[in-house]
Ligand binder design. Structure first.
Ligand code: ATP
Ligand code: MG
Length: 253
């Protein structure tokens, strides 16, 4: 049995021994050029250089919701729908317009290393990209000279407790996989972290990213953020039952 979890009711998955979901693709987007006047020229040029021809729904809806006006956003769109670029555009805008640093919070060290590599490749020539995932007892003052800093929530929590001076220069905080606030193990740290950051940095722009939040409106309201919701996914999910070599798809609703 091959099962891809994405909000598919668990009971159904267990009931049909060979229930599964298969994938097919569909393209949807808005030409980047249509947003030229809605974004800073330097960000537009960087996206062009990266070969971005179209903006995906998560991205253009975020722009329309005030990404470049300093609005807090909670972006809830499916897996692989392009949420990272929403965070990148926000960080680039803040850093290149000299409003301040951007901190990108991820739940795992491995994910931090992956994002660090990706951002360094894309923006290493124009931004100083740093990563902080090490010793929780260190205040990492050397990060003072970096623009875009990737770290885990535990590490940022520890830096706040060490009164790390450069934190006062942060103007954008991105919380990737923000639904982990609901995680029994890591959730409390993340919740306290967001609460402390909002108090410490009342002018910061907060961008929360997630593919799996049930109570999006309630969560957005707690964050003081505008909700960006969309269901488009690059790979469509189809649900069906596999039995004796045959697939029967559930009817489209
Ligand atoms: N506008 C775009 N045009 C082409 N490719 C894009 C665009 N936006 C994002 N991508 C690519 O889509 C892929 C998935 O994007 P991303 O990792 O940001 O998804 P995500 O929404 O964060 O997914 P997840 O919820 O799984 O973390 C990446 O390889 C990214 O480079
Ligand atoms: Mg992501």
């Amino acid at each position: 049995m091959s099962l891809i979890w994405d909000g598919f009711p668990c009971r159904t998955a267990c009931f049909f021994k060979e229930s599964f979901i298969i994938l097919s693709s569909k393209v949807l987007g808005m030409e980047l050029s249509k947003f030229k006047d809605k974004m800073p020229a330097v960000v537009y040029d960087l996206l062009m250089q990266e070969g971005i021809a179209e903006l995906r729904p998560s991205q253009w809806k975020s722009i329309d919701a005030g990404l470049f006006d300093g609005k807090n956003l909670l972006v809830c769109t499916p897996t692989a729908s392009g949420k990272t670029l929403v965070a990148e555009m926000t960080a680039l805008d803040a850093i290149l317009s000299e409003r301040g640093k951007a901190v990108y919070i991820v739940p795992l060290k491995a994910l931090a290393a992956e994002k660090y590599k990706e951002f360094k490749r894309k923006y290493g020539k124009i931004l100083r990209v740093g990563m902080s995932i090490g010793d929780l007892d260190a205040s990492d003052n050397y990060l003072h000279s970096y623009d875009l800093i990737i770290c885990t929530s535990e590490k940022l929590d520890s830096m706040i407790r060490h009164h790390t001076p450069w934190l006062s220069e942060v103007s954008v905080i991105v919380v990737d996989e923000i639904h982990l606030l609901n995680d029994p193990g890591r959730g409390p740290t993340l919740e306290i972290l967001i609460t402390m950051l909002r108090r410490m940095l009342p002018k910061m722009q907060l961008i929360g990213l997630s593919a799996t939040i049930g109570n999006e409106e309630e969560f957005a309201s707690w964050l003081g953020a505008t909700l960006v919701h969309d269901t488009w996914r690059p790979v469509e999910l189809k649900k069906g039952i596999y039995l004796d070599g045959e697939v029967e798809f559930y009817p489209e609703k």
